[in-house]
Design a protein around this ligand. Structure first.
Ligand code: GTP
Ligand code: MG
Ligand code: NA
Length: 459
């Protein structure tokens, strides 16, 4: 593809790490939002995106660079991912979309299982990353210096607090060495090509936020110039499928390169085949707002990557997250594009049992559906799946599941529903046809309920 040498697109940054290390809180601090407080169980279960414009980058780093900084990117597009072990697939999706990553480590805990998992994903894709050593404010007798650059706040700490920091830091350096990685505080880094930068941060006090933003941008501009040069060919991935009140169906996408326009014909993968439709509206959240949180949108006639975009169009109910979105130009062969989008879905569809015997699984996104399928496939569970769907549980789904009674597999007359509503009619029909519907908005609660049920059935 042709690149425009002078024009840089917004780099895509993925934030990864073990559960509760503070990924969402770091973004909340940068955005001045409270997304984390609104999450079920305090855990992230969806992938999200936020645009941080150039002006905000300049403002948040001013104390560090004193206004002398050559900022050439239009901003950063940051993708938040879940740290909970069930969402390996979403970490993988986020890391496959990004140019660069932030690996967040809790300084009080050091390396944890999903830190190592994330690390290995980044290494296998050769994605450059920085490490945020977060929660420095939790160290004993830490003096908070709101929004200060790291080195300044460190120099203002009492000796024992600075010593505790150094001790914990040294241990974590060894833990990384055990994983085969050289790491160093970014201001002491002897060779940025072989040592990964560590940036001590606090998402609560904002300490280190200037450092993390500046280090990320510098890394992009100095070492990834070619990769972030804007390409006109459309490269776009679906993150979520959603209903918006008053607007109809929509998909949240990450447009990496190229331009989308209102009225354009697009092709996306659907659970029941490819979908060809027209873009009715192109919306983005306000800058510094999380796309996965409801808010007021900005309308665009056309928009250029990289950007997180909500596309409104008819017929997207069955669209599937995690797949590519293609633009159908007049000279393109529609059938070819329809084939192409479906190739992303083969993995999920292959999980459905050919015998037609098994439970029903429904979820709000392909990402969570995959997590449920992974759980059911695991050695400890091993339950076949007869049907899958994305979206609300309807009468039709209950009827589908009730077939297991006729097949003399009553224990499978069950629907596992994650983060989707169950219609009143579906509830009533479930009672009538003796179909169990398990619902939860925290994925491991659903696992727990279902495991308890299967144990009872087997006993
Ligand atoms: P998942 O998305 O579920 O993997 O978690 P996360 O990594 O996004 O962490 P989250 O932002 O949900 O933060 C987890 C908890 O740690 C919350 O209670 C935060 O308030 C707290 N926390 C996050 N960062 C800091 C920090 O720098 N200092 C302190 N003291 N607490 C923090
Ligand atoms: Mg989170
Ligand atoms: Na959390």
């Amino acid at each position: 593809a042709k690149r425009s040498p002078s024009k840089l697109r917004c780099p895509i940054i993925c934030i990864m790490g073990h559960v509760d290390t503070g990924k969402t809180k770091i973004l909340d601090n940068i955005r001045r939002t409270n997304v984390q407080d609104g999450e079920a169980g305090g855990i992230t279960q969806q992938i999200g995106a936020t645009f941080i414009p150039k002006e905000s980058l300049l403002e948040r780093t001013a104390q560090l660079n004193k206004g002398e900084w050559d900022l050439r990117v239009p901003g950063l597009l940051v993708i938040d991912t879940p740290g909970h072990e069930s969402f390996t697939n979403l970490r993988s999706r986020g890391s496959s979309l990004c140019d660069l990553a932030i690996l967040v480590v809790d300084i009080m805990h050091g390396l944890e299982p999903q830190t190592i998992e994330s690390l290995n994903m980044l290494r296998s894709r050769k994605t450059p990353f920085v490490i945020a050593l977060n929660k420095i404010d939790r160290m004993y007798d830490w003096t908070e210096n709101t929004n200060f650059p790291t080195q300044e706040t460190l120099s203002l700490q009492k000796d024992h607090a600075r010593r505790e920091f150094q001790d914990r830091y040294d241990k974590i350096v060894i833990e990384f060495a055990e994983q085969g990685l050289n790491v160093a505080k970014y201001w002491e880094n002897p060779d940025p090509r072989t040592f990964i930068n560590i940036i001590p941060t606090s998402a609560i006090t904002g300490e280190g936020m200037p450092d993390i933003l500046q280090t990320l941008v510098d890394l992009c501009q100095n070492r990834m110039n070619e990769r972030i040069q804007y390409v006109p060919a459309v490269q776009c991935t679906v993150l979520e499928v959603k209903m918006i009140e008053g607007l109809g169906t929509s998909v949240d996408v990450i447009l990496i390169n190229g331009k989308l326009k209102e009225g354009q014909t697009i092709v996306v993968a659907g659970l029941e085949g490819a979908i060809t439709t027209q873009i009715r509206a192109l919306l983005t959240p306000q800058p510094m707002r999380e796309m996965r949180v409801k808010g007021s949108y900005i309308h665009h006639k056309e928009i250029e990557g990289a950007q997180g975009i909500k596309i409104v169009a008819t017929g997207l109910e069955k669209a599937v997250a995690g797949t590519s979105l293609l633009v159908l130009d007049p000279e393109d062969d529609e059938m070819e594009l329809r084939e192409e989008v479906l190739s992303d879905m083969k993995g999920v569809l292959a999980r459905v049992d050919k015998s037609g015997e098994g439970v029903y699984v429904q979820a709000s996104t392909l990402g969570s559906l995959e997590a449920l399928l992974e759980f059911l496939k695991s050695d400890a569970v091993k339950i076949p799946v007869a049907g899958i769907a994305i979206g609300p549980v309807n009468k039709r789904d209950v009827m589908g599941a009730s077939v297991m009674h006729e097949r003399k597999k009553p224990e499978y007359a069950t629907i596992l529903a994650f983060d989707v509503p169950v219609t009143k009619e579906a509830h009533a029909m479930g009672e009538e046809l003796n179909v169990r519907i398990f619902t939860a908005d925290i994925i491991y609660h659903l696992f727990d309920q279902f495991t308890a049920y299967m144990e009872k059935v087997k006993a």
